[in-house]
Design a protein around this ligand. Structure first.
Ligand code: PMT
Length: 400
């Protein structure tokens, strides 16, 4: 119940994503929030007030000049009642009116009258979103401290592909939790995290590596930072930007990653090993480029074992709370549980990398997290959403 006693005013404006608002209300209530809904005139063309009244348990407000509504909770009272105003979906039209400071209907008036933070979840056609007018309005709203949550990119109801999809209701609930948490989930916690692949050199131009893109680890770094952690990210070679507020240490090989982790682990409270570390490296690294030999159809490379970084962290007498990943293609649960024990981990996120569209180098992922005596599925989602759920789960166990 991460939103117990929190009062959320949900504004719904006109757009096809309004059908997701009913689900959003239910998920907010699952977390203990009290939700009141205000709709714009055009929102009522997409979803009925009756539906939102049924799921929220309160009459839905939509008229500024309705004497009976004003006799109940009037618009100024409603504006003062909210701990947070969330507008989802926020249409291009609504954002334009807000940017202009208009008070032309109940929702825009409430936005001017409320002392609460306001968050917008934009949702519209990608071309409308990218239009210079919309972008300028977004800039204006952001400069006034209005929070912009999303949009997501992907395929749209109109058939276009691009940015403009409303964030998933669960993701919006997470954002509300973070916004309203009295103290961020990982406030003051020092997190050391590995991400990306390692490269094990064969010669100056060749290496052995894997398909890790770093996306999962970087999403975790961002989610942990949002949750208040001080994050140090030890990263293998990837092409991603460093998340804001995160300290990044670049390495290439498993041995370098091991060294970078072990020299910093004493200072951390929490360690997460998300990197796909090569288990073996070539015994010899040729100082010059290896030449193709005319006679031999085969070439034998002898590999030696790399240090197991997370096992070394788990073996420390004063070890941090340690969370590993297990990337498996068969017997996922069994191998994950074995690694949990053998590497002395507190939690492990099992990643079935045999499934299409998730795991290595994909934008989405799904995990099952195990700990001593328990487990939790984290269903398929984009990696940032998943990382936020994972961080919330880790924070709950770390704190107890
Ligand atoms: O980077 P992406 O493209 O987003 O993909 C994400 C991912 C699939 C790489 C990630 O979700 C993931 O599953 N990471 C772990 C990959 C892995 O190497 O798993 P493993 O089962 O081989 O290793 C188990 C654990 O030991 C991991 O925490 C790993 O970081 C750690 N390990 C492994 C070997 C080694 N020498 N040292 C280690 O610390």
């Amino acid at each position: 119940m991460r939103l117990a006693d929190k009062r959320i005013l949900l504004g719904v404006s006109g757009g096809i994503a309004a059908y997701k608002s009913a689900e959003l209300v239910r998920r907010l209530k699952d977390q203990g929030a009290e939700v009141r809904v205000v709709m714009t005139r055009s929102a009522k063309e997409f979803i009925t007030p009756l539906t939102l009244q049924a799921v929220s348990g309160h009459p839905v407000a939509y008229s500024l000049l309705d004497p009976s509504a004003e006799a109940g909770m009037g618009h100024i009272e409603l504006a003062k009642w909210a701990d947070l105003v969330l507008i989802a979906p926020a249409s291009a039209n609504l954002m334009a009116r807000m940017a202009a400071g208009m008070a032309d209907e109940l929702l825009t008036t409430l936005c001017l009258a409320t002392p609460a933070p306001i968050a917008l979840a934009p949702a519209m056609n990608q071309q409308m979103y990218l239009n210079g007018a919309t972008q300028a309005n977004l800039k204006t709203l952001a400069s006034r401290g209005i929070l912009l949550w999303g949009p997501d990119a992907g395929s749209q109801a109109c058939g276009d592909v691009g940015p403009g999809r409303m964030l998933d209701p669960l993701e919006l609930v997470d954002r509300c939790c973070q916004q309203l948490a009295a103290e961020p989930l990982l406030a003051g916690v020092k997190l050391l995290l590995t991400a990306g692949p390692t490269r094990e050199a064969l010669d100056p131009v060749r290496y052995i590596s894997n398909h890790s893109s770093g996306k999962m680890g970087y999403a975790i770094a961002r989610a942990a930072r949002e949750a208040g952690a001080e994050v140090t990210l030890v990263s293998g070679p990837v092409t991603l930007a460093t998340p804001a507020g995160v300290t990044r240490i670049d390495v290439e090989s498993a041995e370098q990653m091991h060294q970078a982790v072990m020299s910093r682990v004493d200072e951390c409270d929490l360690f997460i090993g998300c990197a796909a570390v090569a288990d073996y490296r070539p015994e010899q690294v040729a100082s010059q480029k290896i030449k193709k030999s005319g006679d031999n159809d085969q070439m034998v490379v002898k590999l030696v074992k790399n240090p197991d970084i997370i096992a070394a962290v788990g073996a420390l007498s004063d070890k941090p709370f340690t969370v590993g990943f297990a990337a498996e293609t068969v017997d996922v649960e069994q191998y994950a549980l074995d690694k949990l024990q053998r590497k002395r981990l507190d939690m492990i996120a099992a990643n079935d990398v045999s499934r299409e569209g998730q795991g290595f180098n994909a934008d989405d992922n799904a995990l099952t997290v195990f700990w001593q005596g328990g487990q939790a599925p984290l269903p398929l989602a984009d990696k940032l959403t998943l990382a936020r759920h994972l961080i919330a789960l880790i924070a709950r166990h770390y704190r107890h």
